[in-house]
Design a protein around this ligand. Structure first.
Ligand code: HEC
Length: 258
């Protein structure tokens, strides 16, 4: 009986090993696993990376992608890039938003305030599609949570553009990227060496910009990460102390009962 089970198990393992690669071939390439500073039970965001990441978003990605869950003032909140309030005011003021109606019922334009949301590049979804050959550039507020693989996937995608292999036909307006399901994406490779000049003097390599913007997008999707991990840690400490006290009192109680 045992022999029969072993044979069946063995046979299914062999069968699986044939099936698995066949499935993987039709699928997207697996992203490399990155050792992000925010991983692990005590992980935290790197403030400098968040600031640089905001700069990449602002100067590169924001021309096509909105981030409509974020307000400028989030950039100064604890656990984020922690720009000063004056810095945030200045950042917001670079944008113009529509407000109103005024006393005459007219809409008017004014410089953005810290309390305003990030300004979207297109007035509506149709305009976004029309400007991108029919493809919709998704809002990036929650993208790190919305895609399996999270930050590892986003970084792999941004740095993974390649020439299409022989035999793969590319329609104009599509670009080969093995990390995208199906291998084709309507976003042209957004990063190239020295595309921008970092405020803190870091060399703006493709790898660096991608890591930074992905770091920033992770904070946007999970701004409460540090507080959550801190709370978890405090609970563990509490439980450890509690267990110690329980043990001590147990010993005391049972000590007399010999
Ligand atoms: C020229 C416009 C443009 C720029 C600039 C741009 N994107 Fe995109 N992006 C797009 C479009 C269009 C799509 C939709 C692609 C598709 O569905 O094939 C997209 C899709 C994406 C996706 C989703 C991929 C998926 O899994 O579906 C991510 C993530 C992304 N972009 C991140 C970025 C980041 C980060 C930057 C800045 C470094 C950036 N993009 C810059 C146009 C742009």
């Amino acid at each position: 009986m045992r022999k029969a089970i072993k044979t069946i198990l063995g046979a299914s393992v062999v069968a699986m090993s044939f099936i698995a690669p066949a499935q993987a071939a039709g699928d997207a390439k697996h992203p490399a696993v990155i050792d992000w500073s925010f991983n692990g039970p005590l992980g935290t965001y790197d403030r400098d990376a968040l600031r640089r990441g905001y700069q990449v978003y602002k100067e590169v990605c924001a021309s096509c992608h909105s981030m409509n869950q974020l307000s400028f003032r989030n950039l100064s909140q604890e656990g984020g890039p922690e720009f000063t309030e004056a810095e945030v005011k200045a950042l917001a003021k670079e944008y113009t938003v529509e407000d109103g109606p005024d006393d005459y019922g007219d809409m008017y334009e004014r410089p953005a305030l810290a309390s305003d949301r990030f300004v979207a590049p297109y007035p509506n979804d149709n305009a976004a599609r029309a400007a991108n050959g029919g493809a919709y550039p998704p809002d990036l507020s929650l993208i790190n949570k919305a895609r399996s693989g999270g930050p590892d996937y986003i970084h792999a995608l941004l740095t993974g553009y390649q020439e299409a292999p022989d035999g793969v036909e590319m329609r104009p307006g599509l670009y080969y990227n093995p990390y995208m399901a199906g291998g084709k994406i309507a976003m042209p490779s957004p990063l190239m060496e020295d595309l921008l000049e970092y405020g803190d003097g870091t060399a703006a390599t493709v790898e660096q910009m991608s890591l930074d913007v992905t770091h920033f997008l992770n904070w946007a999707a999970e701004p409460e990460l540090e507080a959550r991990k801190r709370a978890g840690f405090m609970v563990l400490i509490y439980l450890a102390i509690f267990a110690g006290l329980m043990y001590a009192s147990m010993r005391k109680i049972w000590a007399d009962l010999h």
